[in-house]
Design a binder for this molecule. Structure first.
Ligand code: TMP
Length: 409
């Protein structure tokens, strides 16, 4: 048995074995495992990317869990590198400071604190403590003056933190809950660390967005769970916490910001979204089979569009090399025969090759020198900003292609 991957037989929330596989994207390399040229000839590890629906609690999840040491080895996602994300966190820090912190001695702990952007906005409003497993990224936060522990958050770490620092008035976790396999242990840790009147605020991708317009390409090995509020509510019920408020927020498509407490009044927002999810069919197995059919259809549409363009000898370049782009390229089998290269502003990606499909990632200047006929918008979540920035390209006769619906913009 390969030790780099474990297979969950039970649902991560309710432990049921009644799970159904509805979408199989095949064996794929890790979405962030970009390759240096010398690695192109070596065997590339690939892992199943299969998505399951739990018929008992409705959690959508991966059951093939890659060892976190391998999964996060190439973790290079920096919050500070994304302007929209920085603004998002500045706004969130204001909300937390205004609504949840009473005094500068209150403790705020962030799980997966990355390079410290969110906690940076809270310094002075409370005592801040980051928990970040990646040493290099934790150092970036320390350089900003954010006290940071280099560790994964677990219930035993929560006990140590509560002893050494105090109970937390606020615990934050953004885009990290979906990365955690042993969710119960994390919830146990929250109960240990959170003050009795404290609040746990976290953000996760919303499965309603994923199966709507959000795009299947958000599915990759790092994202173990695709949450609905209903599934999270079940987890809270089982593990002794309460969801008291929820907001839909326009980040990564649409995400949920969830507010959990040990006790407290539950706002109407919770009931409303629980009901809305029922109406959207998020609790029904058939919804996910329909979604899988939609994914197959969008593959056919884009592949036939691109093949048609190649037959006309058109040149096509990818725009942006996000992790999700690698799910799409691998599942659609779009390689260097179709895309001449991919341009990306992230310096460390430039000069590398995409995992699985081996397309070179280059600095954006190449399209200025030689504009291609088409740009495939792999970073489609930034479509508006990119199109605004690259007006010159459209004006010079170039065209963008949205990869999910194969529409030429
Ligand atoms: P993200 O969706 O995970 O934030 O990744 C977006 C990727 O797209 C990231 O590698 C940076 C790249 N990108 C560009 O190359 N140019 C751009 O104008 C934008 C907005 C993103």
């Amino acid at each position: 048995m390969d030790k780099t991957i474990i297979k969950n037989k039970n649902c991560r929330i309710c432990s049921s074995q009644d799970m159904t596989l509805f979408l199989s994207l095949g064996e794929m390399p890790l979405a962030n495992a970009f390759l240096a040229k010398k690695e192109l000839t070596k065997p590339e590890p690939a892992f199943p990317l299969d998505v399951y629906f739990c018929k008992n609690c409705s959690l959508v999840q991966l059951c093939d869990i890659v060892d976190p040491k391998i999964l996060f080895k190439n973790y290079t996602y920096l919050t500070s590198a994304s302007r929209p994300l920085v603004k998002h966190f500045v706004d969130l820090s204001k909300e937390v400071a205004d609504n949840f912190l009473q005094s500068a001695s209150d403790l705020v702990v962030e799980i997966g604190s990355n390079d410290g952007v969110l906690l940076g906005g809270l310094k002075g409003h409370g005592q801040v403590l980051g928990i970040e497993p990646d040493e290099k990224i934790a150092d970036l936060a320390r350089n900003r003056g954010i006290r940071t522990l280099t560790n994964f958050f677990t219930s035993s770490l929560a006990e140590k933190v509560a002893k050494e620092f105090d109970k937390a008035n606020v615990i934050l976790a953004n885009n990290v809950v979906a990365h955690i396999n042993d969710l119960k242990d994390v919830f146990d840790g929250i109960k240990v660390l959170l003050a009795d009147d404290g609040v746990f605020i976290f953000e996760v991708h919303w499965v309603g967005n994923l199966i709507g317009d959000g795009g299947f390409d958000q599915i990759y090995h790092e994202h173990l769970s695709y949450f609905s509020l209903n599934a999270l509510n079940k987890a809270a019920d089982l593990w002794g916490l309460k969801i008291v408020d929820v907001k839909k927020i326009p980040i990564h498509g649409q995400s949920l910001r969830v507010y959990m407490k040990k006790t407290g009044e539950v706002l109407n927002s919770v009931e409303q979204l629980l009901e809305e999810e029922g109406e959207l069919g998020l609790l029904k197995e058939s919804t996910y089979h329909d979604f899988a059919q939609k994914v197959k259809r969008s593959k056919d549409s884009l592949v036939s569009l691109l093949m048609g363009l190649k037959e006309q000898n058109k040149t096509i370049v990818g725009y942006g090399a996000p992790a999700k782009g690698n799910t799409l390229l691998n599942y659609y089998a779009i390689d260097g025969e179709v895309l001449d290269c991919i341009i990306d502003t992230t310096p460390f990606k430039q000069g590398l090759y995409t995992p699985g499909t081996h397309i070179p990632v280059l600095a954006p200047e190449v399209i200025k020198k030689q504009p291609p006929d088409y740009l495939l918008l792999l970073a489609w979540n930034y479509a508006e900003q990119i199109i605004e920035k690259e007006k010159w390209y459209l004006e010079s006769g170039g065209k963008f292609i949205h990869p999910l619906n194969a529409v030429i913009l």
